[in-house]
Design a protein around this ligand. Structure first.
Ligand SMILES: [Zn+2]
Length: 289
């Protein structure tokens, strides 16, 4: 069994460990030109660099790109300020800018850009969802040195909500359990996954999701790694488990199909390379001993 290691996947900090130094709220904002992390709806604004590669825009912004609010410097990227802002969907972009869909399926943004974009998406999502106190409705104020907010009326402190999910690959001899949702492209299968319930450990969540969705009971549930999943704010905790008992009985409200696959007879489609689902499949299914 392999011990869990840092998962070097896009959206995780490991990818930008040596190039990005985060700057927490309340710290002095650096001056001078830098790089832009601009989100327009669910797209990241990029420019084409000299080599034809998509890159975050740098330097002075063209006048047409008006920002919805004062930009926020969220850190230094390769030594220069990285500023985050939302751009209204109604803003018509100049020709040198491109709104690149920021999702799990695209493959045009590099891993570092995805990881920075993920942080930006989560910060903007949190800022949008934390304007008012959910207890009393008063306006919230930012706390210093972290992303939390304070309600001065009821004195409640609010912190960014990151939702944990368990995702699991189940083994039975030389077979592996994969499942598909009806909204996925034809032929694509992935892993069973779901949100943590209250009063549940991640291992219990993995076992419950597999039982509820496929009718299979699992054992030896082992944590293998995790991935930040900023759509909009999840943490995917990855597991492998062994089959214990049961026959496949698909919960049709959640899945279209679930079945056992042998390593040599994989489905036509697998999860995108940037996902922990694929990382687990590649590492524990394709490369299994
Ligand atoms: Zn309050």
């Amino acid at each position: 069994m392999r011990y869990p290691t840092t998962v070097n996947l896009p959206f995780n900090h490991e990818v930008i460990r040596y190039s990005f130094v985060p700057l927490l709220p309340g710290r002095e904002q650096p001056v001078g030109e830098g790089i832009w992390l601009l989100l327009q709806g669910n797209s990241l604004l990029v420019a084409t660099d000299a080599g034809g590669k998509l890159a975050l825009p740098a330097g002075k912004l063209p006048a047409e790109v008006s920002l919805s609010a004062e930009p926020l410097c969220i850190g230094l990227y390769n030594g220069v300020p990285l500023r985050l802002a939302a751009v209204s969907r109604s803003v018509a972009l100049p020709p040198e800018f491109l709104a690149e869909p920021f999702n799990a399926a695209g493959d045009r943004l590099d891993d570092a850009t995805l990881s920075l974009g993920g942080i930006g998406m989560q910060i903007l999502h949190w800022q949008k969802k934390s304007r008012h106190c959910s207890s009393c409705g008063s306006k919230l104020e930012p706390l210093k040195w972290n992303w939390g907010k304070l309600c001065r009326v009821c004195n409640y402190e609010h912190f960014p909500a990151i939702h944990p999910c368990a995702i699991v690959l189940v083994r039975r001899g030389d077979e592996f359990l994969l499942a598909r949702k009806s909204e996925w492209q034809p032929g694509r299968y992935g892993l069973v996954a779901g949100f943590l319930d209250m009063g549940e450990s991640l291992e219990e969540c993995a076992a419950r999701e597999v039982l509820e969705e496929t009718g299979i009971v699992i054992k030896n549930t082992t944590y293998v790694g995790s991935q930040c999943w900023p759509f909009p704010s999840q943490l995917m905790a990855g597991f492998v488990a062994d089959y214990a008992s049961g026959e496949i009985k698909v919960d049709e409200s959640e899945l279209e199909d679930a079945r056992w696959f042998r390593r040599g007879a994989l489905p036509d489609g697998l999860p995108p390379a940037r996902s922990i689902a694929r990382w687990i499949i590649d590492r524990y299914m394709l490369a299994a001993d």
